[in-house]
Design a protein around this ligand. Structure first.
Ligand code: FA5
Length: 338
């Protein structure tokens, strides 16, 4: 039996097979175990010799099992190491790279242009009071212009700002003229969406205040921005328009030639000379905050534009809603572009 067992052990091809051989001979009801159990039935004079004999067999089998187990374990480890070896010469997997959102990129262009002209860049709250979004901008509650910008009202009487013009007020309350600032951020309007209108979109507001600021300064500034965006041949167009917080007011468009030979007027935003009522409202707020009334008699211009319009043309995106739908097929096209 010993020979047979040792032969089976040394030939067991795997650890599982070895376990079976082990059970067969020295398991609970294995052949050797049974022999040991049968000792009790032998006459006492034979028991001792037979016991020693079986124990020797058992020891030989145990030793063989241990040796074979060592060999098989080692082989299994070698195999595992070989199959899991890392080939450091293989090319790596490409990491999915992020990229800047097209609106962020347009903003960066615009902000860069204004920073080079010496403007301070500020941001302000999206949740705003009625006073800063409307009243102080010469839009009292009964004014029909409120209907031009349908509003998301919050339960506490505050609102989501409908434009970045609230920052004209906030900035002037905090800063003394002369000043040049631009403000970027999200704005919200309760209106039906279509290919060129979203209920959440962005604006860039600009404000310049000092003594002797004129419409010519405003036109020169917008023209400089257009050249910064579209090169030295860019043209700008102003058309009279109405905004309660400016007088006179205008809409401006940029004539845009792109490298593919297309050209068109791009309606970008509104602008105008700051209305005296706005300066008066700012002084009232300053006075209430213990500051000097300093704006009455000042001159200044303001403008507000939508970067989505620029991005749609620049990147040939036909529908504004693509910007915020988080569709990876759209956003993925801007991967790695910084
Ligand atoms: C205003 O919001 C004024 N505050 C702009 C202004 C500032 C005028 C300072 C004078 C002085 P308007 O509602 O026209 O104006 O919006 C300005 C620009 O925001 C538009 O030209 C357009 O580019 C963009 N815009 C307006 N509504 C939407 C919309 N629903 N979706 C996307 N862009 C929009």
């Amino acid at each position: 039996m010993q020979q047979e067992a040792i032969q089976e052990i040394t030939q067991a091809p795997t650890l599982e097979a070895l376990q079976q051989v082990k059970t067969k001979y020295v398991g609970k009801s294995g052949l050797v175990t049974k022999e040991l159990g049968a000792l009790g039935k032998l006459p006492p004079e034979e028991r001792k010799a037979r016991g020693a004999e079986i124990n020797a067999v058992r020891q030989a089998i145990d030793a063989a099992l241990q040796e074979r187990e060592g060999i098989l374990k080692r082989a299994a480890l070698d195999e595992k190491l070989a199959s899991e070896a890392i080939d450091v010469t293989l090319p790596g997997l490409p990491l999915p790279a992020g990229g800047l959102h097209p609106i962020t990129r347009v903003y960066d262009d615009l902000i860069g242009i204004y920073q080079r002209m010496g403007y301070e860049v500020v941001e302000g709250p999206e949740v705003e009071g009625e006073h800063h979004n409307f009243e102080a901008l010469n839009i009292p509650w009964y004014h029909p212009a409120r209907d031009l910008q349908d509003t998301f009202w919050l339960e506490d009487g505050r609102l989501l700002r409908t434009h970045t013009s609230n920052m004209q007020i906030r900035y002037m309350v905090e800063h003394d003229p002369p000043l040049k600032m631009v403000s970027r951020g999200k704005v919200y309007r309760y209106e039906a969406t279509d290919a060129t209108h979203e209920s959440m979109f962005h604006q860039l507001e600009g404000l310049v205040v000092g003594e002797g600021i004129s419409m010519a300064d405003l036109k020169g500034t917008i023209a400089e921005m257009a050249r910064g965006l579209y090169g030295p041949t860019a043209q700008v167009r102003f058309q009279p328009s109405y905004y309660p917080f400016v007088e006179p007011g205008a809409d401006f468009a940029v004539y845009w030639n792109n490298p593919r030979g297309e050209s068109k007027w791009l309606e970008l935003g509104g602008c105008g000379m700051v209305h005296p009522n706005v300066f008066r409202a700012v002084d009232d707020l300053r006075e209430a905050a213990g500051r000097d009334r300093i704006y009455e008699g000042m001159t200044g211009f303001a403008f507000g534009l939508g970067p989505e319009r620029i991005a749609m043309l620049k990147y040939k995106i036909p529908d504004i809603r693509y910007f915020y739908a988080n569709d990876p097929r759209v956003i993925g096209q801007f991967r790695g572009e910084l």
